[in-house]
Design a protein around this ligand. Sequence first.
Ligand SMILES: Cc1ncc(COP(=O)(O)O)c(CN[C@@H](CS)C(=O)O)c1O
Length: 396
Amino acid sequence: MEVYLDNNATTIVDPIVYEEMRPFFCEKYGNPNSLHRFGAGTHPKMMEALDYLYSGINASDDDDIIIVSNATESINTVIKGVWIDQILNGNKNHIITSEVEHPAVTATCKFLESQGVSVTYLPVNENGVLEAHTVKDFIRDDTALVSIMWANNETGKLFPIKEIGEICKEAGVLFHSDATQAIGKVPVDVQEANIDFMSFSAHKFHGPKGVGALYIKKGIKITPLLHGGEQMGGKRAGTVDVASMVGMGFAMKLAVENLEFEATEVKRLRDKLEAAILEIPETVVIGGKENRTPNTTLISIRGVEGESMLWDLNQNGVGASTGSACASEDLEANPVMNAFGSDSELAHTGVRFSLSRFNTEEQIDYAIDVIKKAVTRLRNISSSYAYAPSSHKCGL
Ligand SMILES: Cc1ncc(COP(=O)(O)O)c(CN[C@@H](CS)C(=O)O)c1O
């Protein structure tokens, strides 16, 4: 049996989405910017896709949603656009983000630091969540942007976006949220959250890889990352991937329709998997169980290297990860777990399981059996692990 439990890395394209995309490869293949019928033939479904995207995040008609290649491009567009407009050509020189953002945010901020920008990386609490008041404590007169993720990709922890939005609005500071791991898992309402910019990727909610979006609140201008065409009103040059845009729109429609299923059935299967793993001695959910996306659990299994666990699971058909896929190559301690203050040994033992609406009870039952056998096998061959009941307190 094969069980895919790495949906925070990427998801299967919903077959319904795939069918919506198919006509735009060999039938309606015109360039949407062409004036002839071949180009105009793409417009109805593109407009429908935009409608689904706008309603999916409760954007108002006067807001902008720019189609980009992925969340990484969306995030770079915001951070570098604000840098150009507010810092290079303005009187600001400070950006606030958090220690547990995705590298698309932290690496871009590190680049800006190399260009002389001051960046504050806010710490998270023992549960891996940023407390809204810390944003207020660090906003300065020269703060150009606050960028905080809606949900963490490794722990699933949800951040106080509404409160942070209110703080930024009151301070007159632009607020960006990376909602890549929130769309399709929890309700996302940009108007309620007082958000100025928001980023997401379609392949996180059963849409195609290689397409994402940047939400820009009405009235906000930002220098584009890409120049050289009038697509997206000049806000993102380059011919639009029509099939992917249509796919992302329809995936958003289905994601919103399935939020209740995520909150009930997907959560039930996640909780079942998690509870079974926690029956194993010296295991702990990193960040705790509260206030999370319904599909994610990051579990530390003392005495079992994360990479060894992944190899063993993979040999038995189960796909998971030790944290974000983009960091899976390096054997460094998990930065998110480090941010929690976990000890270095623990920071190498995290395994992330992230489910989707396509997982079944039978798959979870099989995965539980495989995981328990893998832990026993790996602990038995471990030179450093010896179960001592007195050390059962598996704190961070
Ligand atoms: C919060 C967050 N923000 C941005 C990205 C980047 O998405 P792209 O479509 O690759 O551009 C991701 C993708 N995180 C995957 C791959 S690293 C994970 O395994 O956690 C993310 O989780």
